[in-house]
Structures are given as C-alpha cells and as structure tokens.
Design a protein. Sequence first.
Length: 156
Amino acid sequence: MALHTLTPYKNAKKKAKRIGRGLGSSHGTYATRGMKGQRSRSGGSKGLKLFGLRQTLLRVPKLRGFKSLHAKSLTLNVKDLELFNSGTVVNPGLLVQHGLVRPLKGKTFSVKILADGKVTKKLTIEGCLVSESARKKIEAAGGTVNTKHEIRNSKK
C-alpha cells in the first residue's frame, strides 16, 4: 500500500451543487435564491447578520409572571424546633446557625413557623412570624411567642 494508491470509500465524497449553471441543472434561473428580496441579490446575506439592539431583544423569550425583589418568608414547622433544649430562645439567627433555614446573602428575610408536627419543649420564639395554630401548640407546651417582622441577614 502506498499513498498514491489510497482512495476514499464509495459515496464518501459528495459532489458540490453547481448553482446557476443553466436550466438543465435544476439549479438554474433563480439559482435556489427565490425571486425578489435582499437575500436574492448579490451581497444581500451580508447585511442580515448585523442585528441592532432591538432585533436581539426580540429574540429573547418573554418570561411570564413577576419576581419580587423581596424574598418570601422562609418557612419551617413546629416539629423542626424539637432539636432545641427546653428554655432556648429561638430567633432567626439561631435557625440559620443550625441550618434549618437558608437565606440569600444580603437579602432581607423573615422566618415563619408553621404548625406541622408536635412540640414538647418550653421554647421562647422571638423575631419570627408564627401561624395561629403553631402559636397555640407552642403556648400549650409552655413556651412564649414574641414576633417581629424582618431581620437583616448579617455575616457572622
């Protein structure tokens, strides 16, 4: 075998379309460019690639709905508070330390405690929003609830 004897596989090389070479070639007359318009003319496709800002904005899909700049309150249930000892003062900072809620960096957030589960320990809840049924459960266990709305997420 020598380099000059090598040949490509059968049908490996495709013949180029000979455009604009007469009616018999079936690519004659308009040479596959259609009839009128910018793209049918010589040099016409060059200008189409230059899109302005408006054109690129039109290509971006519209997103439905609305995203608030203010984060929703982070939620957790009464059953999640069982890991704390009796007499603990539970506040958003403590909940973040224990990994029960994960706020976004630098965003204002509030924590809301919901009533799923049972609480058996006497806890003091401060600075958290609490649902009515969760408040009843906490107070039935001997705990107290003091609420404030928003606490800024501080780096510690």
